[in-house]
Design a protein around this ligand. Structure first.
Ligand code: ATP
Length: 316
């Protein structure tokens, strides 16, 4: 797939403080690309430079063949943005906000359909101040999509949503991608990245420490899944370490721990069966993206665990 965003050696300081040291990545057409990192890693600064809201000190950014600063007016027509702290005036109604935003674009989306898809149908006359936290979040997604963008950048998409609203939003984002929109997702939630993203860039202290699919990241970091068992009869390590998907074998007493990628489980169990070895107490552990995140950044993921919606924010 062709690249729709290319960031090369981005560097950005606020005064003397370096927010982004050296960030490079490519987003391909039609993918959901995640940007993950600890608090203060430089994620928002990076996407704000991509959106043309901030001027990099160094580096090059190409979005849909445009320079975000020089071609800002054209880019605004083709790039949808959900800001991390986007707020609207309290008295503005949902309908007014959508009408206002529609007026900015050459090819606006059908707002009733968008409101339906986002669970905002019937909220036309509701003022911004009277929306629940979840509804405000969904409105901000609607406003990011109202211009029928080719690329949407969503910063903290589901923060503040309850688990059901979060899952609904994931479904919506998948639908949007299936309609051909490329999505860049800045997220704190490992499960969100694991479920939604085709590829993820992990940013730590202003640098990209890894870019890959969530599955490949977990496999790289831990040598893949861990298969442990007690063999019914002794065997030589070489019986399993020669298998292409096996990345390691250790023994703890009579317990054998095999790490491997791809089809390692099938390969290991077939070889054991062919040699009349029974794998007793067989257990398979699949490392998570959270394990990979900790290994890559040395930090626990920000906001570990499901976010809790503010009391009374959902549903309304
Ligand atoms: P979070 O996950 O907490 O949103 P982030 O990875 O998005 O963090 P940024 O918001 O890009 O990180 O911030 C990177 C660094 O730059 C932080 O140290 C932050 O304090 C600093 N920073 C961000 N915005 C500004 C600003 N407008 N002025 C000065 N410093 C800033």
């Amino acid at each position: 797939m062709p690249a729709v965003i290319e960031v090369r050696n981005l560097h950005k300081k606020y005064g003397a403080d370096v927010a982004v040291e050296d960030v490079s990545f490519t987003v391909r057409q039609g993918e959901i690309f995640g940007i993950l990192g600890p608090n203060g890693a430089g994620k928002t600064t990076t996407v704000e430079c991509v959106e043309g809201l901030r001027t990099p000190d160094r580096g090059e950014i190409d979005v849909l063949g445009l320079d975000p600063r020089r071609d800002r007016a054209e880019l605004t027509q083709r790039l949808g943005v959900q800001l991390q702290d986007g707020r609207l005036p309290d008295k503005l109604t949902v309908g007014e906000a959508l009408r206002l935003y529609r007026s900015f674009y050459r090819r606006p989306a059908d707002s009733p359909a968008l409101m339906d898809a986002l669970g905002l149908a019937g909220r036309h006359r509701t003022r911004y101040a009277d929306l629940s936290g979840g509804q405000k979040q969904r409105l901000s997604i609607a406003l990011a999509l109202i211009g029928s963008p080719e690329v949407a950048v969503l910063d903290e998409l589901t923060t503040g949503l309850d688990p059901q609203a979060r899952r609904d939003t994931w479904g919506l984002i998948q639908d949007v991608r299936d309609r051909g929109v490329t999505i860049v997702l800045v997220t704190h939630f490992m499960e969100e990245a694991e479920r939604l993203c085709d590829r993820v860039a992990v940013i730590d202290r202003g640098r990209v420490v890894a870019v890959d699919s969530p599955t490949a990241l977990t496999e790289q970091v831990h040598g893949g899944r861990r298969i442990q068992f007690r063999p019914s009869v002794p065997f030589e390590d070489g019986l399993l370490t020669c298998l292409p998907d096996v990345t390691g074998l250790t023994r703890r007493g009579d317990l054998v721990v095999v790490t491997g990628t791809g089809d390692a489980l099938n390969a290991v169990t077939s070889v054991l069966a062919r040699n009349s070895i029974v794998a007793e107490h067989l257990r398979v552990d699949q490392p998570s993206l959270e394990d990979a995140f900790v290994a890559l950044t040395g930090n626990p993921p920000p906001g570990t665990g499901p976010a809790v919606a503010e009391p009374g924010t959902e549903p309304r």
